[in-house]
Design a protein around this ligand. Structure first.
Ligand SMILES: *[C@@H]1O[C@H](CO)[C@@H](O)[C@H](O)[C@H]1NC(C)=O
Ligand SMILES: *[C@@H]1O[C@H](CO)[C@@H](O)[C@H](O)[C@H]1NC(C)=O
Ligand SMILES: *[C@@H]1O[C@H](CO)[C@@H](O)[C@H](O)[C@H]1NC(C)=O
Ligand SMILES: *[C@@H]1O[C@H](CO)[C@@H](O)[C@H](O)[C@H]1NC(C)=O
Length: 164
């Protein structure tokens, strides 16, 4: 009986930490809103104020009859070359998402000439910031840490009560 409860607790902790990790990843609406993978948006301006971490997601919202989303390399990005792209992100609905899985700079552009009008973006993905680096100004990460522990504790208690 004891071991059953113990196993359930372990499982619960694992699931909870997974949930917390998922909650930490952020969804970025490229350009600032759900319809801003568009020619009249200053994407450089937008990305200047963003931080992208591994496991964050990008959302490209646009007119599916006009634009598309292709991942390309640096050279192609700089020269607006839409041939021999790395990955076609376009799904056809004008609402595409992609997970930023690696620490690197991702390059995206829209073909059909829109790249020449500035419809391209370089996304510099960083490693997730360590939550408690010494000497670091961490007023905001403190709150997150406390909240996460609280959530884990609450779910743990809930699990013990349910399965007892
Ligand atoms: C976009 O914003 C950046 C940074 O504010 C600025 O340097 C650039 O000239 C803008 N581009 C256009 C096309 O307005
Ligand atoms: C980028 O991709 C193009 C097209 O596939 C290729 O010709 C070029 O060598 C690549 N550049 C780099 C730096 O990988
Ligand atoms: C990308 O994929 C979409 C959906 O499969 C397709 O309609 C589109 O033609 C593709 N674009 C390119 C440039 O291959
Ligand atoms: C936190 O960072 C801000 C801006 O970088 C700075 O002005 C402030 O003094 C820092 N606070 C502490 C406690 O280090």
């Amino acid at each position: 009986m004891e071991t059953v409860i113990f196993r359930r607790i372990v499982l619960m902790v694992m699931m909870t930490s997974m949930m917390v990790n998922m909650a930490k990843s952020e969804l970025h609406y490229v350009g600032g809103n759900k319809f801003s993978w568009a020619p009249n948006v200053n994407l450089t301006q937008w990305s200047m104020h963003q931080h992208f971490y591994v496991h964050d997601w990008l959302y490209f919202g646009y007119d599916r009859h006009m634009q598309n989303v292709l991942e390309v390399n640096k050279t192609s990005y700089e020269n607006c070359i839409d041939k021999d792209f790395i990955k076609n992100i376009t799904k056809g609905g004008g609402k595409d998402v992609i997970e930023l899985k690696e620490v690197k700079t991702y390059y995206f552009l829209s073909s059909c000439g829109f790249c020449w009008n500035g419809l391209k973006i370089a996304i510099n993905v960083e490693n997730a910031a360590p939550s408690s680096s010494p000497g670091h100004n961490k007023s905001s990460s403190c709150t997150i840490g406390i909240n996460q522990n609280l959530v884990i504790l609450l779910i743990l208690m809930w699990g013990i009560i349910i399965f007892k």
